[in-house]
Write a protein that binds this ligand. Sequence first.
Ligand code: ADP
Ligand code: MG
Length: 240
Amino acid sequence: MIKVKNLIKNFDKNIVLKNIQTTFRQGEVVAIIGPSGSGKSTLLRCLNLLEQPTSGTILVNDEEITASESDKMEIRKNIGMVFQHFHLFPHMTVLENVTYAPQKVKKVKKAEAESIAKQLIEKVGLSDKMDAYPNRLSGGQKQRVAIARALAMDPAVMLFDEPTSALDPEMVKEVLDVMKDLAQTGMTMIVVTHEMNFAKEVADRILFLDEGKLIEEGEPALFFNNPGTERAKQFLDKIL
Ligand code: ADP
Ligand code: MG
């Protein structure tokens, strides 16, 4: 579904992604792990063109999104993104947060947008918070709204950048549970995470990045029990 070929990203002289090559299949859940600064966020941001790759190509369903004539807005409609720090609209209620983009970007009628939003808000367990403003929600609740908001665009793929890293420990599970449910619906998901149990249980494949290079990729069982590189071994020794 998504093909990444020879992807290179520089920030000035700093080469942040070094020739990344991989494919994400439809319905696959992929966990991207690696040390801080290894390029995980930059890779995700290249996938929805929040960053413009320096060179290389990204194809989504055989369409080259990195082509100069590609329509970024059109591409982003299809790619949901959930950030570490939620990025909800503070002046909008939960329901308004979830109905805004479909109406604005996809020209969905208000009644239909609300009906879809209500189902999604229920799915993430927040039916009783429909009319609350974000500042009245816990971190875990905010992140579940952010997930519902991304899903309201009916994306083909969901990107998550450390979705639980800003949460108090007791709120991590409620967000991971929503993500697990989503994985079970067959959603294609690419998740940057430090939650190794989630990666083990839910991911179909692990990508291990270090210093901008894709060092290893493979099945979780194999990667965690028997990493193929010294780099990955050292990383796992530190965190497990
Ligand atoms: P990770 O998400 O794995 O922690 P990042 O992708 O955020 O890593 O960052 C990788 C490298 O790119 C770091 O050295 C970081 O300082 C640099 N970097 C990220 N974003 C920018 C930016 N907008 N401008 C300059 N350098 C950046
Ligand atoms: Mg990051």
